[in-house]
Design a protein around this ligand. Structure first.
Ligand SMILES: C[S@@+](CC[C@H](N)C(=O)[O-])C[C@H]1O[C@@H](n2cnc3c(N)ncnc32)[C@H](O)[C@@H]1O
Length: 278
């Protein structure tokens, strides 16, 4: 029996509320662990940031890292997870200096911010990036693709549901926060996106060069994730450079070799193109 089978078994036997109560007790027992992680992060994050700043790749931030510790990056998170180097509200980057960061990465994070935090965070990204700095945000659910998938009864994700049903819609629009009762509020998706919405946010934050694209997550077929790369100054000019930039994030893509971006849309312009899937 897998972990989720055990969870369902417990739920059926003792009821949802008791499972929730047990989880809270478990969380309470873990308090010393959280305290230790917070203390460790508070004492060590500056040294790690300084060290990364001096490396060839420069200081790279990973916002809303959850349990994913990416090596060579400063992993930032609200919760004291084992992956986090810094415990912070990633809605603000005020602790980082202007022109000090070379890359800001996030995956499945931006949709967890309140709407009022979105433009200020993107402005903050623009402020802290160095001259060649770049933002790479992945895994934002694309509401347009989600709605179309539901309305046209597309097949669901393999092994999960026959059709892209209402629960699948709910997972992406709301983030299914019930699965994370200890951090329900952080898990809740606070807004919906499509390419136009992202383009407006980036423009309002002061970015002029970006690429927005759709792609499917591993083991999924529908390209319902939005990703974007935004440059502080100069975008890359070749598709090969663009792929090189995304290469370290390969595990986030179902098929990294699928052409996400038609080459003729790569040229930079004052009116940045929304990049369409092939
Ligand atoms: C869906 S998880 C994604 C985790 C990880 N990036 C991944 O791809 O597996 C979203 C994460 O963002 C964190 N989060 C949400 N709001 C946050 C905020 N304001 N500041 C920092 N982290 C936040 C949550 O605690 C959660 O760990």
């Amino acid at each position: 029996m897998g972990f989720s089978d055990w969870k369902n078994f417990a739920r059926n036997k003792i009821g949802d509320n008791d499972v929730l109560a047990a989880k809270h007790v478990f969380e309470l027992l873990k308090t010393p662990v959280y305290f230790y992680r917070k203390l460790r992060a508070a004492l060590l994050w500056r040294a790690k940031a300084r060290h990364l700043y001096k490396t060839k790749s420069g200081l790279q931030l990973h916002l809303g890292c959850g349990d994913q510790h990416l090596p060579g990056m400063l992993n930032c998170e609200y919760r004291a997870t084992r992956a986090a180097d810094v415990i912070m509200d990633c809605g603000s980057l005020r602790r980082f200096k202007e022109n000090s960061v070379s890359l800001i990465f996030s995956s499945a994070f931006f949709e967890h911010l309140y709407r009022r935090q979105q433009i200020p965070l993107l402005k903050d990204c623009h402020r802290v990036l160095n001259h060649d700095g770049v933002v790479v945000f992945l895994m934002l659910p694309d509401f347009k693709v989600i709605a179309e998938s539901y309305l046209s009864r597309l097949p669901g994700h393999p092994g999960r549901s026959e059709y892209f049903d209402l629960f699948q819609v709910y997972r992406y629009t709301h983030g299914d926060p019930e699965m994370a009762p200890e951090y329900w509020t952080q898990q809740l998706h606070k807004s919906l996106f499509d390419r136009d919405a992202l383009r407006e946010l980036l423009l309002a934050a002061g970015f002029r060069y970006w690429m927005i694209f759709n792609y499917a997550y591993p083991n999924e077929k529908i390209p319902l994730n939005l990703g974007f790369v935004a440059w502080k100054n100069r975008p890359v000019e070749q598709m090969s450079e663009f792929k090189k930039l995304l290469d370290k994030f390969r595990p986030y893509f179902a098929d990294f070799n699928e052409p996400l971006i038609p080459a003729n849309l790569m040229a930079s312009s004052d009116l940045p193109p929304a990049i369409h899937p092939s």
